[in-house]
Design a protein around this ligand. Structure first.
Ligand SMILES: O=C(O)c1cc(C(=O)O)c2c(n1)C(=O)C(=O)c1cc(C(=O)O)[nH]c1-2
Length: 253
C-alpha cells in the first residue's frame, strides 16, 4: 500500500465515511420496511416489541460497562444520563417502563415481556454481542459503537406519524417511548460523534471504527433476521419439533 493510502481522513471525510454506513441501517431490512409500510400483522408487531424489549433492558447494562471503563470525568458525567434515561429518575418514567407500556398498547402483557419468553435466541445472541463488546473494548470504541442512531434522526418521528394510521388497534398510550427518544437520541448522537471524531485520528484507527460501526449494524440487522424467521416465515427455533417456546431465557454468566 502506498503511504498515501494510509493518510488519515480529515474530520469531515471521516464523518462522511461514517454517515455513508447509513445505507446498511436496519431501516433497510424488509421487516422494518414492512413495518413502515403498514404491512405488519399484529403478531409481527408484538414479536418486534417483545424482542426489542431485550435490547431496551440491555442498553443501560451496556452503558454501565462503558462507564466502568471510562477514565474521563467529563464523559462519565454526560454518559451517565443515558442510564437514567432508560431506567427513569426523579419521578419520570424511563425508557424501559415506556417500552413496557408500548408492549401493553400492542396487546402484550407486562409479565410476558419481563419473562423474556418471546426473546428469540438469535436476538439474544446479537444483543449480548453488543453488551460484551462494550465490556471488553476501550470506552471510546464502545461509546462510538452507539453511533448507529446517527442514521435515523427521524425513525421515532416516523413511527409517531404513521403507526396511528397503519395500526389503529395500537393504544395511543403506547407512543410515549418514541416521543421521549426524539430529543434523547439527538443529544446522544452529538456526544457520541464528538468522542468519535476526536478519538480516531490515524487511518488504521478510522478504518477500525468503520468496522466497529459495521459490527453494530450487523447486531441490528441480525435481530430482524431472527424475527423474520419466527414471525414472517413461521420458522421459529425448533418449529420442526414443537410449537412451544422452549428456547432459553438467558443465562447469567
Ligand atoms: O428504534 C430504533 O431503530 C433504535 C435504534 C437504535 C440503534 O441504532 O442502536 C437505538 C434505539 N432505537 C433506541 O431507542 C435507543 O435507546 C438506543 C440506544 C442505543 C445505543 O446503541 O446505545 N441505540 C439505540
Amino acid at each position: 500500500m502506498s503511504t498515501d493510502a494510509q493518510a488519515p481522513m480529515t474530520r469531515d471525510e471521516f464523518e462522511q465515511a461514517l454517515r455513508a454506513k447509513g445505507r446498511f441501517y436496519h431501516t433497510q431490512h424488509p421487516y422494518h420496511i414492512a413495518m413502515y409500510d403498514g404491512l405488519c400483522t399484529p403478531e409481527q408487531i408484538r414479536g418486534w416489541v417483545a424482542n426489542r424489549y431485550y435490547y431496551q433492558v440491555s442498553i443501560p447494562v451496556k452503558d454501565a460497562a462503558i462507564l466502568a471503563n471510562c477514565t474521563d470525568r467529563d464523559t462519565r458525567r454526560q454518559w451517565i444520563q443515558r442510564i437514567l434515561d432508560h431506567d427513569g429518575y426523579d419521578g419520570a418514567i424511563g425508557g424501559i417502563e415506556a417500552w413496557l407500556r408500548l408492549g401493553e398498547a400492542v396487546g402484550l402483557t407486562r409479565e410476558e415481556m419481563i419473562s423474556q419468553e418471546h426473546v428469540l435466541p438469535g436476538v439474544r445472541f446479537a444483543v449480548d454481542a453488543y453488551v460484551n463488546f462494550a465490556r471488553r473494548a476501550t470506552w471510546q470504541e464502545a461509546a462510538s459503537s452507539s453511533l448507529t442512531e446517527l442514521f435515523a434522526p427521524t425513525i421515532h418521528q416516523n413511527r409517531l406519524d404513521t403507526w396511528p394510521t397503519h395500526y389503529p388497534w395500537v393504544k395511543p398510550e403506547g407512543y410515549q417511548y418514541f416521543r421521549q427518544r426524539l430529543s434523547e437520541a439527538r443529544r446522544d448522537v452529538e456526544h457520541g460523534l464528538h468522542i468519535t471524531l476526536d478519538h480516531y485520528t490515524t487511518r488504521p484507527e478510522q478504518d477500525r471504527m468503520l468496522e466497529i460501526l459495521q459490527f453494530k449494524l450487523d447486531v441490528l440487522w441480525s435481530m430482524l433476521d431472527a424475527m423474520t424467521m419466527a414471525y414472517e416465515l413461521n420458522r421459529p427455533p425448533y418449529h420442526t419439533v414443537t410449537d412451544e417456546r422452549v428456547y432459553h431465557k438467558g443465562l447469567v454468566l
